[in-house]
Design a protein around this ligand. Structure first.
Ligand code: NI
Length: 224
């Protein structure tokens, strides 16, 4: 399942992020790639110890936590701090799969889901689409600034070569409370239906029953 969360970062957060990105000194992106991915990865990355990195990571983490849609779709257990990547003309990330297990500096994390947060406008660059193979075939994504796209970390994906301009993104990996994608999807659909019912018919007695069903299913599926 591929989920797009529009405007995870609002206008004010984006402006602040852009100022940090414009002033930052990027390094080689291959430092955090696994052995196979390193051969495919040609991009720039903000060093982990750059002052802007921590600020951007905290801003993004706060926006994720505040997003009802993100929490509902992903059921996050553990979120890897964002990597901030820049692609200039000639740069690309060939087809690869992400490492199943990552170390975030203090703990191991099972990457169930990967996410790309777009930090500038699609008009700012040519090429550079995120290409994701899922069960419905290949999807090409170029998000609006602030948009987040979430996809299975197990899928084969790539960033097509940038041929003009600059593409800035943040990359995240998430361990979900619910490992199995089908169960996670069913819980997301149920939660969305309950939220919609709450808005359209807040007096419905079924809301309580369905909310109970949701939590009982989550209780059965969740790994803590
Ligand atoms: Ni990847």
């Amino acid at each position: 399942m591929l989920v797009v969360i529009p405007q995870l970062l609002d206008e004010a957060a984006l402006t602040r992020a852009r100022a940090l990105l414009d002033a930052a000194a990027f390094g080689d992106g291959r430092v955090t790639a696994g052995e196979l991915a390193a051969a495919a990865k040609q991009n720039l990355q903000l060093p982990a110890d750059a002052p802007a990195t921590r600020t951007l990571q905290d801003m993004i983490a706060a926006a994720l936590e505040a997003s009802v849609e993100f929490v509902s779709a992903v059921l996050p257990r553990h979120i890897h701090p964002a990597l901030i990547n820049r692609y200039l003309p000639g740069m690309a990330f060939g087809a690869h799969v992400d490492n199943a297990i990552r170390f975030d500096g203090s703990a191991l994390l099972r990457a169930d889901l990967a996410a790309t947060l777009f930090l500038n406008a699609p008009e700012d660059y040519d090429g550079g689409a995120l290409a994701i193979d899922d069960s419905y075939g290949a999807r090409l994504v170029k998000g609006q600034p602030g948009d987040l796209v979430v996809y299975p970390a197990s899928s084969i994906h790539a960033v097509q070569p940038v041929t003009r301009g600059q593409r800035d993104v943040a990359i995240l990996w998430i361990q979900s409370l619910v490992r199995e994608a089908g169960q996670r999807r069913a819980l997301y659909d149920l939660d969305r239906a309950i939220r919609s019912l709450r808005e359209r018919a807040p007096e419905s007695p079924e809301i309580l029953t369905l909310t109970g069903v949701y939590h009982n299913l989550l209780r059965a599926a969740a790994e803590l």
